[in-house]
Design a protein around this ligand. Structure first.
Ligand code: NAP
Length: 227
């Protein structure tokens, strides 16, 4: 069975998640940072696309010592399993997500990934092969479920989130809307990809909660059943 999938994303007041050069922008503040750390600590796995790894080099580690201790006390690694979606095995071997902090890594690649690079990655991570040209997200999630990942947090970026929505693999989404305008029609948004055209393809959401925080607003949505 696939894990429960929670997407977390921060966007500007005009709906952008970074600049058109794909440079990371601080959109939220300390309170939201703590919320994201708690969500991460409560997850079995944290997933990002290769675009985010190459643009931001995130480690995706739990930052709070208290939360790390809390995970340890439950018999878990300090950090959730870090999952990278990377069809062509482009991830640098020194990427922070592979080298920082204890815990397991899973790299999802496609069947066209370079075999020599895959062999290198297998020394550092579990490699799951799915899809001919791009990663088969449903299959990857199924494999994560079989590894015991029940809750998966997805931290971007826009193309990966679009792929997950296209395959009906998202259960809930937190969107933080911050008090800046980034602008640019080529700047990434929370759900990029080629977009949905027909009304029947749109995902319908239910707004569960909203909070004012860090000079912005956090919205918590769930995906409507059958949507
Ligand atoms: P991304 O979503 O992180 O990664 C997308 C890549 O994943 C694709 O280009 C593709 O590359 C790979 N992929 C493999 N299989 C896929 C599938 N089935 N569906 C979708 N993608 C698949 O990259 P991005 O859209 O360029 O986003 C990166 C930007 O988002 C950066 O600017 C970063 O700063 C920003 N970001 C913002 C936030 C925020 O909350 N504000 C969070 C994260 C990231 P291959 O074909 O090479 O495999």
């Amino acid at each position: 069975m696939r894990p429960h999938v929670l997407v977390n994303v921060a966007m500007s007041a005009d709906g952008k998640i970074s600049t058109r050069e794909r440079r990371q922008v601080k959109i939220s503040g300390a309170a939201d940072f703590l919320r994201v750390d708690r969500l991460r600590a409560a997850s079995d796995g944290v997933m990002v696309g290769i675009g985010t790894v190459l643009a931001d080099d995130p480690s995706l580690t739990v930052k709070s010592d208290e939360l790390k201790r809390w995970r340890k006390a439950k018999g878990q690694d300090e950090h959730p399993i870090r999952v990278i979606v990377d069809s062509n095995a482009k991830i640098p071997l020194n990427a922070s997500v592979l080298t920082k902090g204890e815990g397991k890594r899973v790299i999802g690649v496609s069947r066209q990934a370079n075999l020599a690079k895959v062999a290198e990655l297998k020394k550092m991570a579990t490699v799951v092969v799915s899809g001919d040209k791009e990663v088969g997200l449903a299959q990857l999630l199924g494999e994560l479920g079989a590894m015991g990942v029940q809750n998966l947090m997805v931290e971007g970026g826009g193309k990966l989130i679009a792929g997950l929505f296209s395959a009906n693999l998202v259960d809930e989404i937190y969107t933080f809307v911050g008090n800046i305008i980034i602008g640019g029609m080529d700047a990434p948004t929370p759900v990029d990809g080629s977009g949905f055209l027909k009304d029947t393809e749109f995902t319908r959401l239910t707004l569960q909660e909203f909070f004012l925080t860090d000079d912005g607003m956090l919205l918590h949505w769930t995906v409507r059943p059958g949507s």
